[in-house]
Design a protein around this ligand. Structure first.
Ligand SMILES: C[S@@+](CC[C@H](N)C(=O)[O-])C[C@H]1O[C@@H](n2cnc3c(N)ncnc32)[C@H](O)[C@@H]1O
Length: 223
């Protein structure tokens, strides 16, 4: 089951968001975001959807990139102010809005989705990834930091869904996120017309099937 997203009241959670994410993942969520930042920082033109509190974004200070950030929550972005202040302002464009209202005037070499797809239902994930294809430059990539695919083993899957479901239910009630089980991201990525070119699990969950990590994907047929 997967419900559509409604209103995003992230301002209710913004002061506690980073602490909750870090504690619930034993540091793996910020770790996976750092891996992604190191991966994309050398690109020239980067779009980030749902950057939230922008933790670790100060690393873009010396990167050569132009960075566009879109987040619908002013409260989340406000917490990231000191990180964003490190980045030369002529290389930074911050949009406080629903990304669906944004019309890009350029194409991006990298689009990074840090724990963003998890906000949405399975159908919405497919629609979002499908729509982003036309926002990518030729040879461009989507980088997804998120929860990794469901474990095929019954007991492992049960524990994974339990671990994922507790904060998911809380977020659904407080922020309006979709309520859903662990997304089968490799399947949804493929259904949306991409191929996974890299997968980087973080040190969290069973050693043979991690629960948190990063996927890099490219359109199977460039648009
Ligand atoms: C789960 S938080 C992820 C925050 C951060 N990227 C991280 O890695 O911890 C999702 C973020 O997406 C933003 N968001 C949710 N729906 C959005 C939308 N339709 N358009 C733009 N931002 C959205 C929320 O405000 C929130 O900051």
């Amino acid at each position: 089951m997967s419900t559509p997203t409604t209103v995003h009241d992230y301002h209710l959670l913004s002061p506690a968001y980073d602490m909750l994410a870090k504690a619930w993942s034993l540091g793996a969520i910020p770790q996976s975001n750092t891996i992604a930042i190191n991966k994309i920082a050398e690109a020239s033109n980067i779009l980030v959807l749902g950057p939230g509190t922008c933790q670790g974004f100060g690393k873009f200070e010396f990167a050569p990139c132009h960075l566009t950030l879109i987040d619908s929550s002013a409260a989340m972005l406000k917490i990231g102010f000191s990180e964003l202040a490190k980045i030369p302002q002529q290389r930074l464009h911050v949009v406080t809005d629903d990304f669906r209202s944004f019309t890009p005037t350029t194409k991006y070499q990298k689009i990074w989705l840090p724990y963003f797809l998890n906000v949405f239902s399975t159908q919405e994930v497919i629609e979002i990834l499908g729509a982003l294809k036309s926002w990518l430059q030729d040879g461009g990539e989507i980088v997804i930091s998120d929860f990794m695919e469901p474990d095929p083993r019954f007991l492992h899957r049960f524990l994974q869904e339990l671990w994922h479901g507790i904060p998911m239910s809380f977020f659904h009630l407080v922020t309006g996120n979709s309520w859903h089980g662990v997304h089968d991201l490799p399947k949804l990525i493929t259904l949306s017309g991409y191929r996974i070119t890299e997968s980087h699990p973080c040190d969290f969950g069973p050693t043979d099937h991690r629960w948190i990590g990063m996927y890099v994907c490219k359109p199977s047929i460039p648009s």
